[in-house]
Design a protein around this ligand. Structure first.
Ligand SMILES: Nc1ncnc2c1ncn2[C@@H]1O[C@H](COP(=O)(O)OP(=O)(O)OP(=O)(O)O)[C@@H](O)[C@H]1O
Length: 272
């Protein structure tokens, strides 16, 4: 039985080994295949309760697929996802929420988007109204509550998507490139919402290509390359003193093309 956060060599000094009961989500030997291709190669990852874990790596590395598998939106060809040590159930999925790069909003008002999400969770009346009010305030969207969500700017839509997810009080929030295409002010607003939620105890798993964001938010990092984990561990190691070539290239700002020359069928082999 594993008792450390990731399947890595000995943890570097200063990094506290994490006991198993501190794991919120664990995946072992996750394989995903589509169209006759092996897209995830047998991934082992663990998500610490209360931590901010970043999923990084180049385009097509499998970051979104990994999030969807961890959230239970996709089923693996092989491998298991455990939520607090037990198989992922519908109930466990309700303790999680996901925010996508392009916000998925109802073609209704800002208010109705929040109302609907909370109603699905069984909230009504004063309790729901209070949560809606809190969400609108947190997102700075109170003045736009009656506007159709689709007329909001990209940054406003993403803030709505984040507070709508958080209003349901998930234990874990997945965010797939939530600030791609956003300007610095909008990025800062999303990061503030994420950090505030995390300070309240919400575990965060966030995909990013943004090196500044990785440094600002990262506590643990899973670095993917070609559907495999190239390196995983504390951000101080993976981003600060990487051991794998893909993560080293990222740190140096080099374009790492090596793995792309391999054929798709080689994806099951770890060559890092
Ligand atoms: N349903 C599917 N069927 C076939 N191939 C798929 C499917 N979903 C994803 N892929 C492929 O799997 C690979 C990984 O996709 P994924 O979206 O996870 O990459 P990513 O790391 O999130 O990339 P990006 O940074 O560009 O968003 C890609 O080559 C993609 O084309």
């Amino acid at each position: 039985m594993r008792d450390a956060i990731f399947d890595m060599p000995a943890a570097p000094s200063g990094y506290r080994p994490i006991a198993r009961d501190e794991m919120l989500l664990e995946a072992s030997n996750l394989v995903f295949e589509a169209g006759g291709q092996r897209l995830l190669c047998g991934i082992d990852v663990s998500i610490r309760k209360g931590a901010r874990t970043l999923v990084m790596g180049p385009n097509g590395a499998g970051k979104s697929l990994l999030l969807r598998l961890l959230h239970g939106l996709l089923k693996p060809a092989q491998g298991d996802v455990l939520w607090q040590g037990s198989p992922l159930t519908k109930q466990a999925m309700r303790a999680q929420a996901m925010v996508f790069q392009r916000p998925v909003l109802l073609r209704r008002s800002v208010l109705a988007n929040l109302k609907f999400a909370l109603s699905v969770r069984g909230l009504r009346g004063a309790e729901r109204a209070e949560k809606i009010d809190m969400a609108l305030t947190a997102a700075g969207l109170s003045h736009l509550a009656k506007q159709p969500a689709r007329v909001l700017s990209g940054g406003e839509q993403q803030r709505l998507a984040v507070v709508r997810a958080l209003a349901c009080e998930p234990d874990l929030l997945f965010l797939d490139e939530p600030t791609a295409n956003l300007d610095p002010a909008s990025t800062a607003a999303i990061e503030t919402l994420v950090l505030e939620a995390n300070a309240r105890g919400v575990t965060i798993v966030l995909v990013t290509h943004d090196s500044g964001q990785a440094k600002r938010l990262g506590q643990d990092v899973i670095f993917l390359q070609d559907g495999c984990v190239a390196e995983a561990g504390p951000a101080s190691q993976v981003l600060g003193a990487p051991r794998s070539e893909p993560a080293r290239a990222w740190q140096d700002g080099r374009l790492y093309l090596g793995a792309n020359t391999r054929s798709i069928n080689d994806r099951s082999r770890r060559t890092f």
